[in-house]
Ligand binder design. Structure first.
Ligand SMILES: [Fe+2]
Ligand SMILES: [Fe+2]
Length: 299
């Protein structure tokens, strides 16, 4: 009978994540005579690899858990989120192809093929965000050309950097982090945004496709399978990149979520060079006072 796989990765300082194929996972602090002090060298298994990757995301988000912003959705915040969605997807195919080419040159055609496939799947996702902005009546092209949300910029930079490394395996960890978090979004999350938008407007193409209802779930499953098949050194690098991406993402998303509508509207108006008008949903009708305070010109 084959032995149950145990995988571990030291992600930060003394902290390692340990996962068993059976599903157990825990965070481990370095001890004397630590059996997990040396890097793992064995083969991976899907059951343990997924828990390492998800453990890395949880650890990254744990740093801000206490002050995680969870504001009720508003249209300006949704517009800004679509701008962020555009920026995190516009360069993805090009970046992944660059990393794929590097693996081709390094004699790792299986990694190159995986990255090429991902690049194909991600192509056109920036257009979804632009279409959504258009559906809301916002000049999307001008907006994204002039506005890179502060919390999103470090995330995009991280991905750019990972993809141009000499050995760009960390790009897989970054992508996993982004896709895994998107795949957590359920139909009810989409409905919450739909509820604040005007009836009959379809401004949810990006959100739908980057949720449990879209292709993200299968992307995540394919990635877990692929990462589990890689040598230990690659798995270690990918889990670390997942953790680092989660840290940057947690801080960046929180930074964006903490903005008030007035701040967001100001940013958007500076970017488009004119007052922001957008199609309004039922929340506007319910709360005229709040709308008046936000000083958004009516349509
Ligand atoms: Fe995507
Ligand atoms: Fe995806």
């Amino acid at each position: 009978m084959s032995q149950m796989v145990t995988e571990w990765v030291n992600v930060a300082g003394d902290i390692s994540i340990i996962a068993r194929e059976s599903g157990e996972v825990w965070f481990h602090t370095k001890q004397e005579n630590d059996p997990f002090a040396a890097p793992m060298t064995g083969a991976g298994a899907e059951g343990s690899t997924i828990r390492l990757l998800d453990g890395a995301i949880n650890l990254g988000f744990a740093a801000i858990e206490q002050h995680l912003a969870q504001p009720a959705p508003t249209i300006p915040a949704y517009i800004l989120a679509l701008v962020g969605a555009y920026h995190t997807s516009v360069d993805t195919p090009r970046n992944l192809r660059r990393a794929a080419k590097r693996f081709e040159d390094l004699g790792r055609p299986e990694v190159a093929a995986y990255l090429e496939e991902r690049a194909r799947e991600e192509t056109g996702h920036d257009r979804l965000a632009l279409k959504d902005l258009k559906a809301l009546g916002v000049p999307g092209e001008r907006l994204v050309a002039n506005l890179m949300p502060e919390g999103i910029a470090p995330l995009c930079k991280r991905f750019d950097d990972l993809c141009v490394e000499d050995y760009p395996i960390g790009s897989i960890g970054y992508s996993y982090c982004l896709e895994r978090i998107a795949a957590l979004k359920q139909e009810s999350d989409i409905e919450k945004v739909q509820a604040i938008c005007p009836e009959g407007v379809d401004a949810f193409r990006f959100l739908r496709s980057h949720s449990a209802l879209g292709s993200e779930v299968s992307h995540v499953e394919e990635t877990i399978k692929f990462v589990a098949s890689l040598p230990a050194n690659d798995r270690i690098s990918i889990v670390r990149a997942t953790y680092e991406s989660a840290l940057i993402m947690a801080q960046g998303y929180n930074h964006e979520l903490l903005k008030s509508d007035a701040e967001i509207i100001d940013e958007i108006e500076r970017a488009i060079g004119e007052p922001l008008t957008y199609r309004r949903g039922p929340s506007h009708l319910r709360d005229e006072k709040a709308a008046a305070q936000s000083a958004v010109p009516a349509e």
